[in-house]
Design a protein around this ligand. Structure first.
Ligand code: SAH
Length: 216
């Protein structure tokens, strides 16, 4: 049944460009290529192009499209880049990143809840992203040391502080984007790692589900 997903997707991407959230051709193209209706739970398909988070399993949500675009812009995706994502959820963010880094890039995404990790892996496989995206079940606060260092790390759940393993596994010059709990709310921060320490920029006020795990 054609319910106009393609035109709804184009309209959403145009709106995100008009509002300045999508800044680059790479992110616009990536968002245009990934069918969000295939990543939401089946009962939410008709809401796939509303710019809001939607429920997955448990308390997890697929992030709102503007948040996916903002995270993707924040890591400044380039061809061949290697990205670690903590909080695979539906796999949608990973798929958008995969489109932005191309066939020579690699996205490692880790999910702590087994049923959600399975859901993400099925979506990634079914939509043909398995060559670029690898889904892991585990505690992402410990990172994924076996594939480090990463050019970028994206954390899609809110933490009281940066899990030390994630900064350690980031390459010098690499970008880490993470929502941190602050004063009763959450701020999305971008860190750019330097030889000593990191430079940080506040990007936006946000609302993510909590990051759990032993490495915080
Ligand atoms: N990026 C996802 C949205 C993820 S919602 C998408 O595009 O759909 C946040 C997810 O983080 C939830 O699924 C939650 O289970 C997961 N999570 C929380 N703590 C985690 C941890 N320590 N390691 C990995 N995943 C975690």
């Amino acid at each position: 049944m054609d319910v106009g997903f393609d035109s709804a997707r184009r309209r959403l991407v145009r709106d995100l460009m008009d509002s300045g959230i999508i800044k680059s051709e790479a992110v616009a193209e990536a968002m245009l290529r990934v069918p969000r209706e295939e990543f939401v739970m089946p009962e939410y398909r008709l809401s796939a192009y509303e710019d809001r988070a939607l429920p997955l399993l448990g308390d997890a949500t697929i992030s709102a499209p503007h948040m996916v675009a903002m995270l993707c812009e924040a890591v400044a995706p380039r061809e061949g880049m290697r990205i670690l994502e903590v909080g695979a959820g539906s796999g949608y963010q990973a798929a958008v990143c995969a489109e932005a880094v191309g066939r020579r890039g690699k996205i490692y995404t880790i999910e702590i809840e087994l049923p959600i990790a399975v859901y993400a892996a099925q979506n990634i496989e079914r939509l043909g992203y398995a060559g670029v995206v690898e889904v892991f079940w585990g505690d992402g606060t410990l990172g994924l040391p076996q594939y480090a260092p990463y050019d970028a790390v994206i954390v899609t759940a809110a933490a009281p502080r940066i899990p030390p393993a994630l900064m350690e596994q980031l390459a010098v010059g690499g970008r880490l984007v993470i929502p941190l709990e602050e004063g009763g709310g959450q701020i999305l921060y971008l860190y750019i790692k330097e030889a000593k320490g990191a430079r940080r920029t506040a990007l936006a006020q946000v609302a993510f589900v909590p990051l759990r795990g032993s490495g915080i």
